[in-house]
Design a protein around this ligand. Structure first.
Ligand SMILES: Cc1cc2nc3c(=O)[nH]c(=O)nc-3n(C[C@H](O)[C@H](O)[C@H](O)COP(=O)(O)OP(=O)(O)OC[C@H]3O[C@@H](n4cnc5c(N)ncnc54)[C@H](O)[C@@H]3O)c2cc1C
Length: 381
């Protein structure tokens, strides 16, 4: 085995989270090595695809709001640094049956952080966006700061800037094992062994394997997206249609307006096929396309014409759908971020900053305590 050098920090996994971590470390002048098992731009993990939603009045918990606000600021900084357009604000609406507690967490997020959200009736939604057909007895919660990111250009921008600032980034070099002791960490791939002061593990759906000793409660799910060419394109462009979420008897679905060449996106959020990255089914069945078509035909008539694309992607679920960001309990120099439960990409710019803090200072000013692994203490060993 070739001994291939000493670094200050090694980052394992260069998807959404790892690319941002490498960028923040390199920007701080740290000697960083990033390793990824696959070629740059691969589609085996979680960060590929045409769009990712970003929302501010967070519906999963108000505790995420400061992190997502930091991410919004960092995405705009990244745009300024690269001269690329990465983030589009369209506003976003969550639609579901009008029942007690509808949108309560979003409202709490808004109240706590002084944000604006609007509660809309079915008629108000249809008057504002003629692309929707909302059943009687449904309502919506509108967040004007919602929008979407272009994930592949975001990851590429982080990688390019990291490399420009001196990071060594090796794609197609999988980490086989790692160890840590008082002197630092050692990471072995098929071809080389590297040492460093600290190790960051951002391995997406593979995190459970590379952190097997922690028995983290992580479950990869195989998900899919379908992209339709609308038959009424004048209704669904991003200048006149929002990022949307619809919860009904069919399940919870989300999507992004029609983008030039890509069509209108739809995916299911609340259920996927449990898998490993190796066993995940990478094809899309005709019934799956039919299901998404039926959902759009019910709530967004005119949205479904020709299928332009259908793709798979992996979520990494935790039992409570909140992320896990922590330090290895036995190795203070090893930190990890995992279990992004299908809503992590929007945060990745901020997670990179947080992981760079943890790897170099051992602590961060950002409020991540609610994401500690200790909340699963009863279920992990
Ligand atoms: C269909 C779909 C829709 C989504 N929609 C949204 C959305 O609208 N908004 C949002 O915020 N989030 C969304 N998400 C979630 C978001 O995309 C993920 O939370 C995020 O991309 C996770 O990034 P990651 O860096 O943890 O994982 P990944 O991007 O998968 O990166 C992990 C990397 O680690 C590498 N790796 C693993 N093991 C090793 C090893 N042993 N050695 C070297 N490298 C290794 C892999 O090759 C991979 O490149 C969606 C996800 C999917 C699948």
């Amino acid at each position: 085995m070739r001994s291939a050098g000493r670094y200050e920090v090694i980052v394992v996994g260069l998807g959404g989270m790892g690319s941002a971590t490498a960028y923040h470390l390199a920007r701080r002048g740290r000697r960083v090595l990033g390793l990824d098992a696959f070629a740059r731009g691969h589609h085996n993990g979680s960060s590929h695809g045409r769009s990712r939603g970003i929302r501010e009045a967070y519906g999963e918990s108000p505790a995420y709001v400061p992190l997502v606000q930091h991410a919004y600021a960092l995405w705009r900084e990244l745009e300024a640094e690269t001269g690329q357009h990465l983030l589009t604000i369209t506003g976003g609406i969550s639609i579901g049956p009008a029942e007690p507690g509808f949108g309560a967490t979003q409202k709490e997020s808004a109240a706590r952080y002084g944000l604006t959200v609007e509660e809309l009736t079915a008629d108000e939604i249809m008057a504002r966006w003629p692309g929707f057909r909302v059943p009687e007895g449904y309502q919506g919660m509108y967040d004007p700061h919602t929008g979407f990111l272009l994930p592949e250009p975001c990851v590429a921008a982080h990688l390019d800037l990291a490399a420009k600032q001196g990071a060594a980034l090796h794609h197609g070099e999988a980490v086989r094992r790692w160890s840590a002791d008082g002197a630092g960490v050692r990471v072995e791939t098929e071809t080389a062994a590297y040492t460093a002061d600290a190790l960051v593990i951002t391995a997406g759906p593979w995190a459970g394997e590379i952190l097997a000793d922690l028995h983290l409660p992580l479950e990869p799910w195989r998900m899919y997206n379908v992209y339709f060419a609308p038959t009424r394109p004048e209704r669904f462009g991003p200048e006149r249609f929002p990022v949307y979420g619809i919860r009904g008897p069919e399940g919870s679905y989300y999507g992004v307006p029609m983008l030039p060449g890509d069509g209108l996106k739809i995916g299911r959020h609340d259920r996927g096929e449990p898998c490993t990255p190796e066993t995940a089914r990478r094809t899309i069945a005709p019934e799956e396309i039919a299901l998404t078509r039926a959902v759009l035909d019910a709530y967004m008539p005119g949205a479904t014409g020709e299928v332009l694309a259908a793709t798979t992607c992996l979520y990494t679920m935790t039992p409570d759908s909140h992320f896990i960001i922590d330090r290895h309990p036995a190795h203070a120099r090893v930190v990890y971020a995992a279990g992004f439960s299908g809503h992590g990409f929007k945060f990745s710019a901020a997670i990179g900053d947080v992981m760079a803090d943890l790897a170099t200072d051992g602590t961060t000013r950002h409020p991540i305590g609610f994401l500690a692994a200790s909340r699963f203490a009863a279920t992990t060993t």
